[in-house]
Design a protein around this ligand. Structure first.
Ligand SMILES: [Fe+2]
Length: 374
């Protein structure tokens, strides 16, 4: 198994010829610990919005690969921790909320907002334990606009150095990031490898075929639909169709696309975060895509709107996003069955329509070989 992962030159040469990564990379359980160690434990992991960390004591929890993580606001700012108790390794915090102290629910070991262990029941001088040596393990935490990320790798490049320019591109859409309000958050599960799902996200070659409603709202023709690789992130943008704005197209758009935002934007931030903006009233949604075994994925979605969103618009846009996700899930469920078959071993790319997928596979191949992904 490890042979073809270590043979980076062969994989990159195959990608240069338009041949995709081997099917086995999407189905073999042996890949999971490698992806965890070489991709997710070295990358920035989105955990939640800064607005939920406004007050001292507020916290959010999340995952960086297989590692539970937490971000807490203390008197000095944001602090990130491995969200695992130093005692028996129960998770200390769950969900999102506010607390004066961080208390593990297993044996009530209690840490302050700086992560220092302050109390541990029955632990006295005879125990040999020194509380000052048992702080929560600290990790890096940084914010990108209103979004908070953590990184387990002390050597990883700064968050802004990776993704900073995506903020300017989002601003171009008419969405003002600092005004956005969280409308809803939900967890999801799917029956395909996380990479197959993201590769589907990274091209719109399938949009006219598989997303009829989407394609009424957004101009997906290759001469106007923008595909741009930027390194750590990549971007797609498609203008709203004029016929969807003025109702002249014959087919009604799936929701009211009229509003300040005139283009869709779909950003992918390595390795597993996507940010979506759709035409209409200012909106933004986020998805985090995580492996759940080799043949399944799980993640969460957050939907944001500018203040004052109409209830009807919010409902219709959420329904639109769900419909597109349902259509995509059917596609990637089928792709996963093909990948499990292992035949053909490699797919073939249409290079000018799928440059973002090829770029993603290059990053996967480099990272899994133990190299920097770029
Ligand atoms: Fe799609």
């Amino acid at each position: 198994m490890t042979t073809d992962i270590d043979d980076l030159d062969t994989q990159l040469a195959a990608l240069d010829r338009g041949h995709s990564l081997p099917a086995r990379w999407y189905t073999d359980p042996a890949l999971l610990p490698l992806e965890d160690e070489r991709i997710f434990r070295k990358a920035w992991a989105y955990v939640g919005p800064l607005a939920e960390l406004a007050e001292v004591g507020s916290y959010v929890t999340g995952m960086a690969g297989t590692v539970p993580v937490a971000v807490v606001r203390n008197a000095r700012g944001l602090a990130g921790f491995v969200n695992v108790c130093r005692h028996r390794r129960h998770e200390v915090l769950s969900g999102r909320g506010k607390a004066a102290m961080l208390q593990c629910p297993y044996h009530a070991w209690t840490y302050d907002l700086e992560g220092a262990l302050k109390r541990a029941p029955r632990v006295g001088p005879a125990s040999g334990l020194r509380l000052e040596e048992l702080s929560l393990l600290p990790i890096r935490v940084e914010a990108l606009g209103p979004f908070v990320f953590v990184n387990l790798d002390a050597d990883a490049p700064a968050l802004h150095d990776c993704y900073g320019p995506v903020l300017e591109r989002i601003a171009r859409s008419g969405v003002a990031l600092d005004t956005l309000q969280l409308h809803g958050r939900e967890d999801w599960q799917a029956r395909a490898n996380w990479k197959a799902m993201l590769e589907n996200y990274l091209e719109c070659y399938h949009c006219p075929v598989a997303h009829p409603g989407f394609s009424v709202a957004i101009d997906v023709r290759p001469d106007v639909y923008e595909l741009a690789v930027h390194g750590w992130f990549s971007s797609q943008a498609g203008p709203v169709r004029p016929a969807a704005l003025d109702g002249s197209g014959g087919k009604a758009p799936p929701y009211d696309v009229r509003g300040a935002v005139r283009e869709s934007q779909y950003h992918f931030l390595w390795p597993n975060l996507t940010i979506n903006i759709n035409p209409g009233f200012p909106n933004l949604s986020i998805d985090v895509w995580r492996p759940d075994g080799p043949n399944a994925a799980r993640g969460f979605s957050e939907q944001y709107f500018a203040p004052g969103v109409a209830a009807d618009f919010a409902r219709d846009l959420v329904a639109f996003n769900r419909q597109v996700a349902l259509e995509d899930d059917r596609l990637t469920d089928s792709v996963q069955r093909g990948l499990i078959a292992g035949l053909p071993e490699r797919g073939r790319f249409v290079a000018d329509s799928e440059p973002l997928v090829i770029h993603f596979q290059r990053m996967v191949a480099r990272a899994l070989a133990g190299k920097p992904p770029l």
